[in-house]
Design a protein around this ligand. Structure first.
Ligand code: HEC
Length: 244
């Protein structure tokens, strides 16, 4: 007993510094463990440890994303073919009100803040001799076609940095197509590009197929058969019926 007591006291007395060290080391270890635990916790909480990020970031709204991607991406060619030419030009005439403060459109019209636009479609860019164009627009070169007009009306300053046309642009391709078609009807008549993308062609084909397939498929077919059978049968009983 006494030996045990003394043996315990003696090392304790001798290693008083060691106790301090141990205590300090213990706290360091404790801090490390707590830190690690917190790190694990926060990983779990924030999912920072997830190895795989979702392929698509952001919110996916079912049924909306694909639909909105479609119309937003349609080309000027598709927009030009989306409705009968007369309707498109009429829509363009309305939308042209945004341009009227700076442009005249009728042949021989005066230049305003911007040049007269008669015959501009298909014609050479920045070529109305009486108008003082910016050097940047003059430098563009070439003729106004649908694609150039589309890009120009979408964002004039984006298309021709340094242009004098202070117009924010038309974000909707439908509006740009309508105005371009209207311009084209005023002293110009360049060909409207054919729209030959697969999707509408498939749609049209699908519609046609649906129309012709409707009576043939499934229940309709049996209904048609039944109707056929009935009509085939009808003359027989109806003839005696009418005969009576
Ligand atoms: C605030 C005045 C202003 C408005 C609004 C405006 N334009 Fe212009 N537009 C100009 C000016 C100025 C120029 C000449 C740009 C240059 O020289 O850089 C110009 C040039 C043009 C040209 C090039 C003409 C050429 O001879 O090559 C076209 C096409 C055009 N505008 C179409 C339009 C249409 C379409 C609208 C309406 C959607 C419109 N602009 C709205 C001021 C305007």
């Amino acid at each position: 007993m006494t030996q045990d007591n003394s043996s315990q006291e003696t090392p304790a007395g001798q290693t008083g510094g060691g106790d301090l060290f141990n205590t300090a080391a213990g706290w360091v270890l404790f801090a490390g463990v707590v830190g690690l635990g917190l790190a694990q916790l926060s990983k779990g909480y924030f999912h920072g440890d997830k190895p795989d990020r979702p392929e698509q970031l952001g919110y996916v709204i079912e049924g909306v994303v694909e639909d909105s991607a479609g119309p937003a991406e349609i080309s000027i060619a598709e927009a030009l073919n989306a409705m009968p030419a007369a309707d498109l030009i009429a829509a363009g005439e309305k939308a042209y009100s945004k341009c009227q403060s700076c442009h005249t459109i009728d042949a021989g019209g005066a230049n305003g803040i911007g040049p007269n636009l008669a015959g501009v479609m298909g014609g050479p860019i920045a070529a109305k001799g009486s108008f003082a164009y910016s050097a940047e627009l003059k430098a563009l070169g070439g003729n106004w076609d649908w694609d150039k007009m589309d890009a120009w009306l979408k964002n004039p300053k984006g298309y021709v940095a340094g242009t004098k046309m202070s117009f924010a642009g038309l974000s909707k391709v439908e509006d740009r197509a309508a105005i371009a078609a209207y311009l084209n009807s005023k002293g110009s008549n360049i060909a409207v590009p054919e729209f030959t993308a697969e999707a509408p062609a498939e749609d049209a084909a699908a519609e046609g197929a649906a129309d012709s397939a409707a009576p043939v498929e499934g229940e309709d077919a049996s209904a048609a058969e039944a109707a056929g059978g009935a009509s085939a049968d009808q003359p027989v009983p109806s003839n005696p019926g009418t005969g009576e």
